[in-house]
Design a protein around this ligand. Structure first.
Ligand code: ITT
Ligand code: MG
Length: 197
């Protein structure tokens, strides 16, 4: 078993911190990288895994602690997988509401049958900044993009993501439900297995 009583989460996204801490439980305390620096690293990778590793190494370097990063996003079939790794920057850094508005506009004429999408989550854990063997775990969550926003829970693209197995949007799910079904939940279950938690 690999025990990390304290991990720094290489993220400035409060929604991720809340979800990941809930999934990890009390045995691991997640500290935000925001305690160490407000500067966000440039996500220059071409894949989720490259960006996750880059963020984890940066946080480990800043904090001197083992670090966990989450690089995630939404891949929409009708857009050839976009916004993908650019999900946070889809509307040029104007935030979640602008991202969602841009996505709805891009899919304006796309019928339900072609609105398939998946949330992707890649977790990377490094024991130290130069760790040659990061632990990588991934999760996918299949759904469909709605025609308008529904629900107030969650963050990001949740109000536009239809969850077939629950017949509601991801922002209408109770937090505990999202945390048992989501891309992040799948990746975290694998990570917990790897750590023997
Ligand atoms: O890089 P950090 O600091 O962790 O925070 P971020 O918000 O920039 O995170 P990413 O670079 O991984 O970009 C993820 C994008 O995908 C969205 N996203 C990821 N997981 C999501 C989820 O569970 N529900 C809704 N949107 C999600 C999120 O809102 C961002 O726009
Ligand atoms: Mg980011």
């Amino acid at each position: 078993m690999m025990l990390f009583p304290e991990l720094v989460l290489a993220s400035h996204n409060a929604g991720k911190l809340k979800e990941l801490q809930a999934m990890l439980g009390a045995s691991v305390r997640l500290r935000s990288v925001g305690e160490f620096s407000q500067v966000e690293p440039e996500e220059t990778g071409l894949s989720f895994v490259e960006n996750a590793i880059l963020k984890a190494r940066n946080a480990a370097r800043l904090s001197g602690l083992p670090a966990l990063a989450d690089d995630s996003g939404l891949a929409v079939d009708a857009l050839g997988g976009a916004p993908g790794i650019y999900s946070a920057r889809y509307a040029d850094g104007q935030g979640d509401a602008a991202n969602n508005a841009k996505l709805l506009a891009a899919l304006k004429d796309v019928p339900d049958a072609k609105r398939g999408a998946q949330f992707v989550c890649c977790l990377a854990l490094v024991r130290h900044a130069d760790d040659p063997l990061p632990i990588i775990c991934e999760g996918l969550w299949h759904g469909r993009i709605l025609h308008e926003a529904r629900g107030e829970q969650g963050f990001g693209y949740d109000p536009l993501f239809w969850v077939e197995e629950r017949q509601c949007s991801s922002a209408e799910l109770a937090p505990a439900d999202k945390n048992s079904l989501s891309h992040r939940a799948i990746a975290m279950a694998l990570l917990k297995q790897r750590l023997g938690l």
